[in-house]
Write a protein that binds this ligand. Structure first.
Ligand SMILES: Nc1ncnc2c1ncn2[C@@H]1O[C@H](COP(=O)(O)OP(=O)(O)OP(=O)(O)O)[C@@H](O)[C@H]1O
Ligand SMILES: [Mg+2]
Length: 345
């Protein structure tokens, strides 16, 4: 597949990071799907377990297709409280509800001419689903508290880790919306069903994260690959990627050994937490090493996530560690799209 020159398109994403790695016939089928829908505007549904690369595939469609010069916006319908979702998507006018102290431009408007990625679409409340349906059918919407109809031209890509038709039958997804978004489906099989991809993924990740951590890992013992090949990867590529990052941090020389990998029984939320925590920490580490300054908001996010992790998700205890009020932590979590319902108040 053609690689884009990032400088020519003013993209903020690095191509390296949205390169789809793998050679199995399953992943080739995924890439074929991407190529099929690339040039058109047909809505796409991407289905796969957590960590299989749904967002990566959505970005590949956007950044390799004709909309690449415009904005790619993602919204996780499961992470945003119901009452904020409409404003996040459609925006709001000043004074339209308590707390709306200024006008807000929503993601539908920001991704005009670009792509809107509706992650975990089935978590979207039914009333909101009706509004999205209208956007797809008529390409218009109104900001919360606004009267003017706003035209938008966005490509909608949706993702789900469940079978959408089951959700229609369970009345969680509107049938009419289902038919609108599900024009083309890309299914990403779990990693355990395409183990042929593991060696290449391992090699690329070892190189990538070795370089990032300043270690040159040039030896991967056979027993290591055997161990990685025989594990079933419930957290899929994300878990593989994180296991390698952790192993590289642990090793004291240039060799990865089987004992650098141990696979705890992690739930889905734990896996997500580890992902965001580790990526934050490595951003911070890299900036410190290079003597750079980071925006305070980024530093803040890293420590908020760290405090929540250290206190096993107890918001009050995290607030105490951070030296700020509980309601401030709560608000910042909402701003960061962290689902506060998953945490102890
Ligand atoms: N084929 C692949 N090649 C390279 N990297 C991949 C591949 N698939 C996934 N990844 C990486 O794995 C991580 C998880 O992928 P992504 O966030 O797209 O998964 P997801 O399906 O959206 O997960 P979730 O359902 O938990 O949101 C990302 O860092 C992504 O870049
Ligand atoms: Mg995702």
């Amino acid at each position: 597949m053609e690689q884009l020159d990032i400088k020519n398109y003013g993209l903020r994403e690095e191509p390296e990071l949205w390169k789809i790695i793998g050679n199995s016939k399953e992943i080739k089928e995924v890439i074929k799907g991407i190529q099929t829908v690339l040039e058109s505007d047909v809505p796409v549904v991407i289905q796969g377990e957590t960590g299989t690369g749904k967002e990566l595939v959505a970005k590949a469609i956007h950044y390799r297709g004709p909309r690449r010069k415009h904005v790619f916006c993602a919204i996780n319908c499961a992470a945003i409280p119901e009452n904020l979702l409409e404003s996040e998507l459609m925006g709001h006018e000043k004074g339209s509800f308590t707390g709306a102290i200024q006008q807000h431009i929503g993601k539908l408007e920001r991704s005009d001419m670009g792509t809107l990625f509706l992650d975990e679409i089935i978590e979207m409340p039914l009333a909101m689903q009706a509004k999205i349906l209208r956007v797809i059918e008529e390409q218009v919407f109104e900001r919360v508290g606004g009267h003017k109809s706003i035209k938008t031209n966005v490509r909608i890509i949706s993702a789900s880790n469940k079978e959408l038709l089951d959700e229609v039958n369970a009345n969680k997804l509107r049938e009419d919306l289902y038919y609108r978004i599900n024009v083309f489906r890309i299914f990403i099989p779990p990693l355990r069903d395409r183990k042929d991809d593991i060696p290449e993924l391992v090699n690329v990740f070892v190189k990538r994260y070795g370089t990032l951590s300043g270690k040159e890992i040039n030896k991967l013992d056979n027993p290591v690959m055997d161990k990685l090949m025989s594990y079933n990867w419930p957290g899929n590529i994300r878990q593989l990627q994180n296991s390698i990052r952790r192993a590289i941090l642990i090793t004291t020389n240039d060799t990865l050994l089987p004992e650098h990998f141990d696979f705890p029984d992690l739930g889905e939320n734990d896996l997500r937490m580890i992902e965001s925590l580790e990526s934050g920490l490595s951003t911070l580490e890299a900036a410190l090493r290079r003597g750079e300054v980071l925006p305070l908001s980024e530093v803040e996010e890293i420590f908020i996530r760290r405090a929540l992790n250290a206190t096993n998700g107890n918001i009050s205890a995290a607030a105490e560690k951070l030296g700020i009020g509980r309601s401030t932590v709560y608000r910042k979590m909402q701003e960061l799209g962290i689902n506060t319902e998953d945490y102890h108040q």
